[in-house]
Design a protein around this ligand. Structure first.
Ligand code: ACM
Ligand code: ZN
Length: 306
């Protein structure tokens, strides 16, 4: 994968999501969970309360061993270490996690719990470990809860405002806001006619209309030029729990990815729906020529951007 992508000028950045979204690891190494298991690999959407125990030394050894292997495999300057959707229920009731909180002197403060700061500790330990190997980290926006690792790039996924918060703190941010950029979402309001997809409706026009600089918080000060320069790009995510093959994947990606490219690369003064929409007619010929699967909704039904 790395060699193929490199030949095309693409850098592959791996994500090892920790300390939540780790049931795969826990199923294999149950002693690394707070309860000791047994655990089963997660087979559906959603979030498990079972996460890596942040109180056991073995967990830190495990994370570092995995990241060491990942460093050997991927030459990218960044490694994404996750940090999203990590419920604190197990940690609140785990003697090891509570002992760690005591040892580190963590407490509830600034509206966050000691367990949030325990997660900050995990993220910062891994960021430091990776820095020694010449790698910078990317973390999901939850890393703002507690203390953000120095130099971490933040990926905003629920709301733009979290990317803005990172930028105001002088951190880089990548915007992957789910309402507009998650390509595992439905392409039609007629869901019965579509393959099973995640929750809401995301037509091409809505992807196209995405603006990374708009805040959901109406009272927020606009970002300064300096702060805007920390918004280093946008990304679409295609989570594949229910996308088992490449034809289905292409169907989810094309042509919405063309709209992502416009959001990413177009100068704002050139933004024009009709120009983009006409361009899609040419794009479709390329999809046909390449033999890609693609969704036809943007041709079948009138779409107007927000
Ligand atoms: C995410 O979608 N949980 C980053
Ligand atoms: Zn624990």
């Amino acid at each position: 994968v790395v060699v193929y992508a490199t030949a095309k000028g693409i850098t592959v950045i791996p994500e090892i999501d920790l300390p939540g979204h780790m049931l795969g690891a826990l199923a294999s190494y149950p002693s690394l969970g707070c309860t000791g298991g047994p655990y089963e690999v997660w087979g559906k959407w959603g979030v498990s309360n079972d996460v890596l125990c942040a109180g056991k030394d073995d967990s830190y050894v495990f994370m570092k061993n995995v990241l060491d292997e990942v460093c050997d495999l991927f030459p990218a300057g960044y490694i994404h270490i996750g940090g999203d959707e990590c419920p604190k229920t197990r940690w609140e009731n785990c003697p090891c996690c509570q002992a760690k909180i005591k040892e580190l002197g963590l407490k509830d403060e600034n509206g966050f719990s000691a367990e949030h700061y325990l997660q900050s500790h995990v993220m910062m330990q891994m960021a430091e470990f990776l820095a020694e190997r010449g790698k910078k980290v990317i973390c999901w926006e939850e890393a703002l809860q507690g203390e953000l690792a120095p130099g971490a790039t933040v990926m905003a996924w629920r709301r733009n405002k979290y990317g803005h918060q990172a930028a105001r703190l002088g951190h880089d941010a990548v915007m992957t806001t789910r309402t507009h950029l998650y390509l595992d979402r439905y392409q039609s309001e007629d869901k019965d006619k579509e393959p099973l997809a995640h929750s809401s409706y995301l037509p091409v026009s809505m992807v196209w209309s995405y603006d990374p600089f708009v805040s959901e918080d109406k009272d927020a000060e606009p970002l300064t030029q300096q702060q805007k320069s920390h918004i280093i790009g946008v990304q679409s995510n295609v989570w594949r729990e229910y996308i088992p093959d490449n034809d289905h994947l292409e169907y989810m990606v094309y042509p919405r990815m063309a709209a992502v490219a416009e959001v990413q690369w177009l100068r704002p003064e050139n933004k024009d729906w009709d120009r983009f929409r006409n361009g899609l007619d040419r794009m479709r010929k390329i999809y046909d020529f390449m033999g890609y699967s693609y969704a036809t909704h943007v041709w079948d039904e009138a779409q107007k951007p927000e």
